[in-house]
Design a protein around this ligand. Structure first.
Ligand SMILES: Nc1ncnc2c1ncn2[C@@H]1O[C@H](COP(=O)(O)OP(=O)(O)OP(=O)(O)O)[C@@H](O)[C@H]1O
Ligand SMILES: [Mg+2]
Length: 219
C-alpha cells in the first residue's frame, strides 16, 4: 500500500497563537521501501506522522492512503486495516501476556482461537522471539524485547503501512540495529511501507530514503 502527501499543512490553533507545524509538504511513499524522517525537535515530524496515521485531518492539502483520502476513510477502519503506529514507549497492554498482546488485533477481528494462535506464532517468530515468551508479561521484558512484541502485534494486524515514531529511542545500539533491521525487512520482503521518525543518524543510515524536515517542510 502506498501513502501520498499532497501539499499537506497543519496548524495547531491556540487561544493566543497558531502554530503552523506542517507547512506544505508533498511526497509519495512507495510500498516495499523503508524511509527515515529526520529533523530537529519541533520540526513537525510527530505531527506529520499523526496525520498519516489518521489521528487528525490536515488543515490544508490531502493524504492519500491506498488510493483514498484520509478525510474519506472511516479512520477507525483505516487504523485497523491500513496504517499502524509503533511508539517509543512500546504501548503494550501491561496486564496481558506477550501472546495476548500479539493476538489482540486478531481477537478484535474475532479470528477463531486456533487460527489466531497460529498467526500469533508466525509473527512472533518474525521478530525472533521463541515460544518461551508467550506467557511472559511485558514489564518483565527488556526494552528491545518489548519493542519486538509491539512490532509482532502490528504484524498480526496485517497492516501494510507501518509508521514508527522514535521506535528505538529507548534502546542501545545493538537493539536499535536489530529493530531497524526487522522494520526494513518488512518493507523489503513483505512489501510494507515503513516510515521511521528518528533523531538517530544510525537509524537513518539503514533506511532506503532519508527525508529531512525543518520548520514543518522538507529541506
Ligand atoms: N498539541 C500542540 N499544541 C500546540 N502546538 C503543538 C502541539 N504539538 C506540537 N506543537 C508544536 O508543533 C511543532 C511541531 O511539533 P512536533 O511534535 O510535530 O515536532 P517533532 O519534530 O516531532 O519534535 P520532537 O523531535 O521533539 O519529537 C512544534 O513547534 C510544537 O511546539
Ligand atoms: Mg516528535
Amino acid at each position: 500500500m502506498s501513502i501520498s502527501l499532497k501539499n499537506v499543512s497543519y496548524n495547531y490553533k491556540g487561544k493566543y497563537q497558531t502554530v503552523r507545524a506542517v507547512d506544505g509538504v508533498s511526497y509519495d511513499f512507495e510500498a516495499g521501501k523503508c524511509y527515515a524522517i529526520i529533523g530537529k525537535s519541533g520540526s513537525g515530524k510527530t505531527t506529520l506522522l499523526s496525520l498519516m496515521a489518521g489521528l487528525d485531518l490536515p488543515t490544508e492539502g490531502e493524504i492519500i492512503v491506498d488510493g483514498k483520502s484520509t478525510k474519506d476513510w472511516d479512520r477507525n477502519r483505516m487504523r485497523r486495516e491500513a496504517v499502524s503506529v509503533i511508539y517509543q514507549n512500546y504501548n503494550l497492554f501491561p496486564l496481558l501476556t506477550v501472546q495476548e498482546n500479539i493476538q489482540y488485533p486478531l481477537d478484535l477481528k474475532k479470528v477463531p482461537k486456533k487460527e489466531a494462535e497460529a498467526l500469533g506464532r508466525k509473527v512472533r517468530e518474525r521478530v525472533d522471539l521463541s515460544e518461551n515468551y508467550d506467557k511472559r508479561m511485558p514489564a518483565h521484558l527488556s526494552g528491545g524485547e518489548q519493542q519486538r512484541v509491539a512490532i509482532a502485534r502490528t504484524l498480526a494486524q496485517g497492516c501494510k503501512i507501518i509508521l514508527a515514531d522514535e521506535p528505538t529511542g529507548n534502546l542501545d545500539s545493538t537493539n536499535t540495529r536489530n529493530i531497524v533491521d526487522i522494520l526494513c525487512t518488512l518493507a523489503h520482503d513483505d512489501g510494507c511501507t515503513v516510515i521511521i521518525v528518528t533523531h538517530d543518524p544510525s537509524v537513518a543510515e539503514q533506511a532506503d530514503t532519508v527525508l529531512q524536515m525543518k520548520d514543518g517542510a522538507w529541506i
